[in-house]
Design a protein around this ligand. Sequence first.
Ligand code: PLP
Length: 378
Amino acid sequence: MKFSTKVIHAGQEPDPTTGAVMTPIYQTSTYAQTGLGEHKGYEYARTGNPTRTALEACVAALENGQYGLAFASGLAAEHAILNLLRAGDHLIACDDLYGGTYRLFERVMGRYGVSASYVTASNLVEYEKAIRPNTRLIWLETPTNPLLNLVDIQAVARLAHQHGLLLVVDNTFASPYFQNPLDLGADIVLHSTTKYINGHSDVIGGVVVTSNQEVYEELKFHQNAVGAVPGPFDVWLTLRGIKTLAVRMKQHEENAISVARFLDEHARVERVYYPGLPSHPDHALAKRQMRGFGGMVSFQLKGTRADVDNVLRRLKVFTLAESLGGVESLVCHPATMTHGSIPQEIREARGVVDTLLRLSVGIEDIHDLLFDLEQALA
Ligand SMILES: *Cc1c(COP(=O)(O)O)cnc(C)c1O
């Protein structure tokens, strides 16, 4: 099946008990057993729930993977992956990273003796140099957050496998519509389904997909043993959202291209970060590794933090809020919001300055979005 068919049908056959076309919300914690060890595949809902199974199968299909696992949040999904490591292990991550991921590495995993090194996202030589005898995995985001740099997944996968390391890709920003890291050699792909996959800003969730059976079995063990699973209603909302993923992503991208071009020509804008602009340093890589450029646009305003505050107060259609990937347009100030937990000097050295704004371009009418930006910048 092609992508637009998979979002609607993969894992979502009519319900076997009633024929219900939509996957029902199995709001139950436990399942009747007919005899000792005799049941229909479900015993207890932390271990498994048919609504969750449908989402897990659907996202696995969208990422061209064998196995999917759903979690209560994107960070819970990340934590499950990090449970593959042991005390004393080391990981390498790109430095332009979601703030919560950095916090999880440093302030949670660090306490359990897992250490992390950070390398310039697009510099392959730095990845190789950072490998130590105790390195177990490489962790990437591409496009990165918030500067939308790209990492060559195929090249890093080759390097990882030469050294016996696992490659993990956080595919939240691209969505499976625009990029499939497993096809490029990654071992594990993860999403915060809170973002594009659910797409309606009304659920927190995460998923992990892999085709490596050994990795899957360990992750599945942790999903049940730790228990950070999503409830059936959240999973059902996500399944409802996922059905329009393809049409939403097309519109997000069309609007984002227009917004990026508009900002690029605006006198008050210092610099625009969007992989779809030919001037973007990774434009050629984006064309090769992605099927489109996505809906996120970042830009640096000319002026001071006070000017940024003025623009934010004047925007009407773009809402100042954390998160991304919903149907509505959002604007975020990474330095104080998503990346507020990163120490200032580290943050600024990575380009996340006080005058940087990140847009999650929604699917509203493009004229309203451009007019809103125009009046706020004026
Ligand atoms: C939001 C986000 C996460 C964390 O997901 P939650 O669902 O908020 O826990 C991880 N990675 C990226 C790139 C994100 O945008």
